[in-house]
Design a protein around this ligand. Structure first.
Ligand SMILES: Cc1ncc(C[n+]2csc(CCOP(=O)(O)OP(=O)(O)O)c2C)c(N)n1
Ligand SMILES: [Mg+2]
Length: 417
């Protein structure tokens, strides 16, 4: 498909029925909408972290649609459309990002580290590329037990610089097993553009070097991705071999909510990609030209996505009622119970060391957020209080270190100016 939604000269137009194509389109729009809402939720301090998928919805949904439910998914972290296509609900995602108890890891994981046995999705790990050797191993097991299943393993082009990428590809090429290694080449590994990541011809060339069937595809073209993945799965299962796909796309958003990508790329570059090559826009042009879609339907879809109950609950402005102050005695690890509030931690004012200046206080007590490994607050001058600079979330854990404080009684309470 061209950027304007027309079929490229010489290409074969796919013969999907309209329901299937519209289902793909709606899933891609849902990814975009969830990204907006969760990004805002992070900015409002309701969750600590989020990663967006803009520009890669076509690669995600197109590949997921070509697979079978029995195929296990090993993902990186920017594959929301795959998980949605598998049937994970907005509530599942919200439970994970908000560390609710209904989440399989019971709030012990960072946001966007989804996983669901029910949907055949392995839990995402933070260290890059660990999923690749795991996928190669699973595929080898499938080869031995002739299960007819095919492993799909997603990763970014940045992760392909890890040793695990090479170990996995060599393992897969020599021992075999049905595995589709799906590389999302979105142009960046955080702030490092591909021009600084490698000097060769991208990731596809590495597949050829390992003797693995390799396909490079336009990642913004949902149909092309679908065909490539379908073919790759077919080869993988029939020949018990690995196949590498490199889907060329562009990361339209920041790397994560901890990043500001305008520090290392021009905003005009982002705007150009969004306007010209966004996979949702391209597919919308195609379905409109087929007479399956129009502006009115698009507006209705957007309205219904925004009306979703999960969004509504997340965006409710009032904060939860104040929990009673909690007292901790010598416990080094505090699970802060006051979700969503800026927090005041106060030591007994009778404690002599705490009547010192803020700089002296810092040398006596320190509070470190165990998620970000940073001290997320400041001691207030002329008081024995510490104020968090960010609102706490349900999974915020602080490591409290008290060196010479004699009372060892700390009270946690909502911060009120
Ligand atoms: C082993 C390891 N090294 C470094 C990091 C820090 N890190 C997190 S994401 C990332 C960039 C990965 O880029 P890419 O694989 O292209 O995926 P993208 O974010 O572009 O989707 C890096 C370097 C990490 N998580 N693990
Ligand atoms: Mg990348």
């Amino acid at each position: 498909m061209n950027d304007d939604g027309t079929i490229r000269k010489g290409a074969v137009e796919p013969e999907h029925d309209s329901d299937f194509v519209l289902q793909m389109y709606q899933t891609m729009c849902r990814v975009q909408e969830m990204d907006k809402v969760f990004y805002d939720a992070q900015r409002q301090g309701r969750i600590s972290f989020y990663m967006q998928n803009g520009g890669e919805e076509g690669a995600q949904v197109g590949s997921a649609a070509a697979l079978q439910f029995k195929d296990p998914v090993y993902a990186q972290y920017r594959e929301l459309g795959v998980l949605m296509w598998r049937g994970m609900s907005l509530q599942n995602f919200a439970d994970q990002c908000f560390s609710n108890e209904d989440e399989p890891a019971k709030g012990r994981q960072m946001p966007v580290h989804y996983g669901s046995a029910a949907h055949n999705i392995m839990t995402i790990s933070s260290p890059l590329a660990t999923q690749l050797p795991q996928a190669a191993g699973t595929a080898y097991a499938y080869k031995l037990d002739k299960s007819g299943r095919c492993v799909i393993c997603y990763f970014g082009e940045g992760a392909a610089s890890e040793g695990d990428f090479h170990a996995a590809l060599n393992f897969a090429s020599t021992l075999g097993g049905p595995c589709v290694f799906f590389c999302r080449n979105n142009g960046f590994a955080i702030s490092t553009s591909v021009t600084d990541q490698y000097a060769g011809d991208g990731i596809a060339a590495r597949g050829v070097a390992y003797g693995i069937h390799t396909i490079r595809v336009d990642g913004g073209d949902v149909f092309a991705v679908y065909e490539a993945t379908k073919k790759a799965r077919e080869i993988a299962v029939n020949e018990n071999k690995a196949v590498l796909i490199e889907a060329m796309a562009y990361r339209e958003g920041h790397h994560s909510t901890s990043d500001d990508s305008t520090r290392y790329r021009e905003s005009t570059e982002i705007q150009d990609w969004r306007a010209r090559a966004n996979p949702i826009v391209r597919l919308r042009k195609y379905i409109t030209s087929k007479g399956w879609w129009d502006e009115e339907k698009d507006a209705e879809l957007l309205k219904s996505l925004r009306k979703d109950g999960t969004w509504r609950d997340m965006l409710l402005p009032p904060l939860p009622p104040f929990a009673p102050p909690a007292t901790f005695t010598r416990s080094p690890l505090l699970r802060v119970p006051l979700a969503h509030h800026p927090l005041r931690l106060q030591c007994c004012s009778a404690c002599p060391p705490l009547r010192r200046s803020p700089s002296q206080m810092s040398s006596i007590c320190s509070l470190t957020c165990t998620t970000t490994r940073t001290c997320r607050g400041t001691w207030l001058s002329r008081s024995s209080s510490w104020r968090s600079t960010w609102p706490s979330t349900p999974h915020t854990m602080y490591m409290l270190t008290i060196r010479t404080c004699s009372c060892l009684k700390i009270q946690a309470m909502p911060f009120v100016d």
